[in-house]
Design a protein around this ligand. Structure first.
Ligand code: NAD
Length: 338
């Protein structure tokens, strides 16, 4: 049976006795792995996000980083809301309702991950006045109310008030011409990639910063193509990720001073998500990494999500303005012999 919406895992009746130290059993899988290295230290440093509220922007199925991060945050005790792109949101809600994600939603205590709220968000727009008529009247958008970034922040404030957000995750990107070489990318396609995949973070921090509690965390997802040439990662998406990483540094300074929050980005290795499939060659990336990275194995969504949970937690209070690579070490290589 799932938890009621809004009910934190730690607040479930009868649960407290299961862990007398009040420490979270999560993360079971990484604990199991890390236990090999230093069982005791890890037990003492369990990630505890109880009492915290998170918003993960960019969840529209159970197969992406956003969902995996939402789940990891919930495992650590946070209440989690998500924001979904209107064109994908209808099917997401239907599949959720029909139980199609139940296996993926299963938490380590047997309950199901519940989202406290599911908001509509098109990160291309800061306000509804920016939305072209054909989008506004499109049937997938028409019933969604104010799906702009500004509208999302206002809806959040009306639902939860000020001082109500601890963890903001930006897990969205869109490059309509990603399959084209940069050299062949149109101005429109390039700017669309920058707008949705990079500027949206600036806009989100601008609007949600004032609603965040002190020592909150903002996190986004980047990719190595920002720094090195990755053939096939086109359409201006490489520039969008470079902007995202640069903006992470500036936002860490400005939002740090204004709101006392941290801003980081994870540079993740390739995983076969819906967005990544748009490159058309994600399978080749994954094989290439598994062959040439220092750790010769495929990266999992959970491995990225666990780092996201750590970075979002007070354990990472000393980390801001940083790009954290979670890619089995591939970024460190210049050349390998397979
Ligand atoms: P995904 O498809 O699960 O997530 C992308 C999300 O962005 C989707 O939910 C989609 O609906 C949403 N989206 C697209 N356009 C939007 C818009 N205009 N407004 C709001 N939402 C919009 O795929 P993912 O790979 O998990 O992507 C999440 C993040 O991870 C992205 O920033 C991506 O670039 C990054 N990343 C992915 C990989 C990989 O190999 N999958 C590697 C490194 C970084």
């Amino acid at each position: 049976m799932g938890r009621a919406a809004g009910q934190s895992r730690r607040e479930e009746p009868g649960r407290a006795g299961r862990d007398p130290r009040g420490k979270l059993e999560f993360p079971l899988a990484p604990l199991a792995l890390l236990a090999r290295a230093d069982e005791k230290a890890v037990e003492m440093l369990g990630i505890d996000l109880s009492g915290k509220r998170a918003l993960v922007a960019g969840v529209a199925d159970a197969g992406g980083f956003g969902f995996a991060i939402a789940k990891a945050l919930a495992e650590a005790g946070a209440r989690v809301c998500v924001a979904s792109w209107p064109p994908a949101m209808g099917i997401f809600e239907t599949m959720l309702k029909r139980g199609k994600f139940d296996d993926a939603r299963r938490l380590s205590d047997g309950s199901l991950l519940e989202f406290e709220r599911i908001y509509a968000l098109d990160a291309a727009y800061d306000e509804m006045s920016d939305v072209p008529e054909d989008i506004r009247t499109n049937k997938r958008y028409a019933e969604r109310g104010d799906f702009s970034i500004g509208g999302l922040a206002r809806a959040w404030q009306s639902d939860f008030g000020d001082d109500s957000l601890d963890i903001l995750v930006h897990s969205l990107a869109n490059g309509p011409e990603v399959a084209k070489d940069l050299l062949d990318t149109s101005r429109k396609g390039y700017l669309a990639a920058l707008s949705v995949s990079a500027y949206s973070l600036v806009s989100l921090v601008n609007r949600f910063g004032p609603l965040m509690r002190k020592r909150g965390s903002v996190l986004s997802l980047s990719y190595l193509a920002s720094q090195q040439v990755i053939p096939g990662y086109g359409g201006g998406m490489s520039a969008a990720k470079a902007a995202l990483e640069c903006d992470t540094r500036y936002l860490s300074y400005q939002a740090g001073r204004r709101y006392d929050v941290r801003v980081n980005t994870i540079s993740a290795g390739p995983c076969a998500t819906r967005a990544a499939s748009a490159t058309g060659i994600i399978g080749e990336y994954i094989e290439h990494y598994a062959e040439h990275a220092p750790l010769q194995e495929k990266l999992t969504l959970d491995e990225v999500a666990y780092v996201a949970a750590f970075l979002s937690s007070p354990l990472a209070n000393g980390i801001t303005g940083t790009v954290v690579f979670v890619d089995k070490g591939f970024h460190a290589m210049g050349m390998s012999y397979g």
